[in-house]
Ligand binder design. Structure first.
Ligand code: NAG
Length: 322
């Protein structure tokens, strides 16, 4: 189909561009076998080649690059395979300027302001990818957004209005920005939020989060001794992953929900565990069977001092057993 057409156009381009290197016949005969191991790889290789190659042919790029330009919020759902194919190509800012603005506005021609984000970022179904775009703030998001990615930008503050009314938003990934401050009510009103990734920022206060959370990753921040609210995770009955690596935290944030599978606290300032940190002193039969991955390495703690603290766990925490 398109793959073959694009492939053949590419071959013609190569032959036309470098006619003196090899006899034409040989090039045409061997190209398919030597450079294209399977039909699946043809399209991606050629897309890549066309985007970076010196002999770019505009109309052919348009054919390959059209899918990311349409209004994905109301386009028929793409199959998972198609989505993944697009993802591995990645957002290429140049492609967004090559099309006319009529295409970007979508078939219905409505110029809803939030849609402008999809000219800058890549929108696929409910997912909005704004990675590595030098953004200094969260762009306006469509109310149907389910996943928002803005990794490797320069965002310095998260305001209450940034994610207001995004009732379908499940995942926010703000890895590696410059976030210093997050409004206390920036996330609490998001009824569907499950995953928040704030890795590699400078956050000193983790704001209140909804009880629907399953993954919280605030590793490599500046939470210190006061950056986590008292009983912050107590009511998150579906919380599975809590990553707080490298934050200068002095205490394990208790109580930990029963559902928790992974607790990563390496490279902090935790000095002491208590016998009831994980287990229940009043019930010797109590087993905390979900919590199988505790990391305490890189803390000034001697795990040998509190052997009673691990009796209810499926595995002893990883850390200093001096
Ligand atoms: C760690 O605790 C054990 C048990 O109390 C003790 O024998 C050992 O000397 C301690 N190690 C250090 C470095 O404090």
């Amino acid at each position: 189909m398109w793959a073959h057409i694009v492939c053949w156009l590419f071959i013609l381009n190569v032959v036309a561009g470098f006619p003196s290197r090899h006899p034409r016949q040989l090039e045409l005969d061997t190209y398919n076998n030597a450079y294209n191991p399977g039909p699946d790889s043809v399209l991606l290789e050629d897309v890549y080649y066309y985007d970076v190659g010196p002999t770019i042919n505009e109309p052919q790029i348009e054919i390959v690059r059209l899918p990311p330009l349409v209004d994905n919020f109301h386009a028929p759902a793409a199959s998972l395979e198609e989505e993944e194919e697009e993802l591995s190509v990645g957002p290429l800012p140049t492609s967004h300027t090559s099309g006319g603005s009529g295409v970007l506005m979508g078939p219905d021609g409505s110029g809803v302001p939030d849609r402008s984000t999809c000219m800058l970022c890549t929108c696929l179904g409910g997912s909005v990818y704004c990675d590595d775009l030098k953004l200094e703030s969260v762009p306006p998001l469509h109310k149907d957004t389910t996943h928002f990615y803005a990794r490797f930008n320069k965002i310095s503050k998260i305001s209450k209005s940034d994610f207001a009314h995004l009732n379908k938003l499940k995942r926010i990934d703000l890895t590696h920005n410059k976030i210093l401050r997050i409004d206390e009510d920036a996330f609490i009103g998001l009824p569907a939020l499950e995953e928040l990734v704030l890795q590699e920022n400078q956050v000193s206060q983790l704001p209140a989060l909804p009880a629907s959370m399953t993954l919280i990753d605030a590793s490599h921040n500046k939470l210190g001794g006061k950056g986590i609210h008292r009983e912050a995770f107590k009511d998150m009955h579906g919380l599975l992953y809590l990553y707080l690596t490298d934050n200068n935290i002095g205490h394990i944030p208790l109580p930990l929900p029963e559902s928790l599978r992974s607790l990563h606290l390496q490279n902090n300032n935790i000095q002491m565990l208590h016998e009831d940190t994980f287990c229940n002193l009043k019930d010797i039969n109590y087993i905390r069977k979900a919590l199988e991955d505790i990391r305490l390495d890189g803390n000034p703690i001697n795990l040998s001092k509190t052997p009673q603290a691990y009796t209810c766990l499926p595995r002893v925490p990883i850390g200093g057993l001096f």
